[in-house]
Design a protein around this ligand. Structure first.
Ligand code: F6P
Length: 354
């Protein structure tokens, strides 16, 4: 029988449990596989914490947010408290007598997976992240849920903003990519959408908000956590995490509020949605999508197609190599932002080509 490990790494996102369920149940049903759950992402392989998953463990979790396996954002076998422990992780993987490992993660986790696969681990990757910024796939699961939550928040900010005749600023997650801000901004009818890909001109933002004060009397501005003004710096939020990527973005809504207060005559309020975008139950779309990715990954494992990641390209599920997605990220292009620009209701300021 096959013995397959499963882990979830990086920030959690809605749909992780749906993917764990799909990959595990599919391998149990079709290959009588034994599934070993690795706890807390690659940290579980470093600290040697695993537990077998049975059919019941994978039942009733489809709609649950988070991950039953736990996750970790910065644990890497190549830099565990400053030490490269990848050889020890490989020894442990071999001692578990695994035929393969399914890694459900974003760019960081799948980059680690690629490096470990070069050392001899049999890995199949499943892309996840609310940020939708993974290279090689048009979509990641978690994104649909995140933009639904942000859109709902925008609808709510609209009614209070309209009532008080205010400029309402909403900060979204997304790291260095503007997908969440762009898509939720379009869905929520934002007046201004600011994303990391195009540095914004504060005078243009002020002009757009001020002109709306005359007729509509309120404005909705969506700003991605990685956005910055032309010539400005990224806003970094400090945390005490060790290892991994030390850069944590955020706090831009308040920075923008202070900048705008110098320029326009209006009441301005800032809201940061933060981890609400990542928690809770996945949308129906993300449940189906994560399930499809999980089942596809199981078939790759069953056919010993290792070193691959399941991706969505032009509406079709297929696989690409881990190498294609590792150490890269997919950001918003001019073409992607055209819809927002065309409607003048959601302009990505600062893009010289538009
Ligand atoms: O990658 C997902 C994400 O939620 C980003 O949008 C955000 O910048 C980051 O994770 C926050 O990570 P952490 O959990 O380390 O604060």
């Amino acid at each position: 029988t096959l013995r397959i490990g499963v882990l979830t790494g990086g920030g959690d996102c809605p749909g992780l449990n749906a993917a764990i369920r799909a990959v595990s149940k599919s391998l149990m049903i079709n290959c009588c596989a034994e599934i070993i759950g690795i706890q807390d992402g690659f940290l579980g392989l470093i600290e040697r914490r695993v537990k077998p998953l049975n059919y019941e463990d994978c039942s009733g979790i489809l709609s649950q947010g988070g991950t039953i396996l736990g996750t970790h954002n910065s644990a890497s076998p190549f830099n565990y408290k400053g030490v490269d422990v990848s050889d020890k992780v490989l020894d442990y993987y071999q001692s578990l007598e695994l035929d393969g490992l399914v890694v459900i993660g974003g760019d960081g986790t799948l980059s680690i997976a690629y490096e470990m696969s070069k050392l001899g681990m049999n890995i199949v990757g499943i892309p996840k992240t609310i940020d939708n910024d993974l290279m090689g796939t048009d979509r990641t699961f978690g994104f649909d849920t995140a933009i639904s939550i942000v859109t709902d928040a925008l609808d709510r900010l609209r009614t209070t903003g309209q009532s008080h005749k205010r400029v309402m600023i909403l900060e979204t997650m997304g790291r260095y990519a503007g997908w969440i801000a762009l898509h939720a901004g379009i869905a929520g009818g934002a007046d201004v959408i600011l994303i990391p890909e195009f540095d914004y001109d504060i005078d243009e933002v002020a002009k757009a908000c001020q002109s709306r004060m005359g007729d509509q009397h309120y404005s909705i501005v969506v700003i991605a956590e990685g956005a910055k003004p032309i010539g400005g710096q990224l806003t970094i939020r400090e945390t005490k995490d060790g290892g991994g990527d030390p850069i944590r973005l955020g706090g831009v809504a308040n920075v923008l509020k202070l900048q705008l207060e110098q320029k326009i005559d209006a009441e301005i309020r800032a809201t940061t949605l933060g981890y609400i975008q990542r928690g809770g139950s996945p949308t129906a779309f993300d449940r189906v999508f994560a399930t499809s990715l999980g089942c596809y990954a199981a078939s790759l494992v069953a056919n010993k197609q290792f070193g691959k990641v399941v991706v969505l390209q032009d509406g079709q599920l297929c696989s690409t190599s881990l190498k294609e997605v590792a150490h890269k990220s997919r950001i918003v292009t001019n073409e992607d932002s055209e819809l927002a620009s065309a409607l003048s209701m959601g302009i990505c300021f600062g893009n010289p080509d538009l």
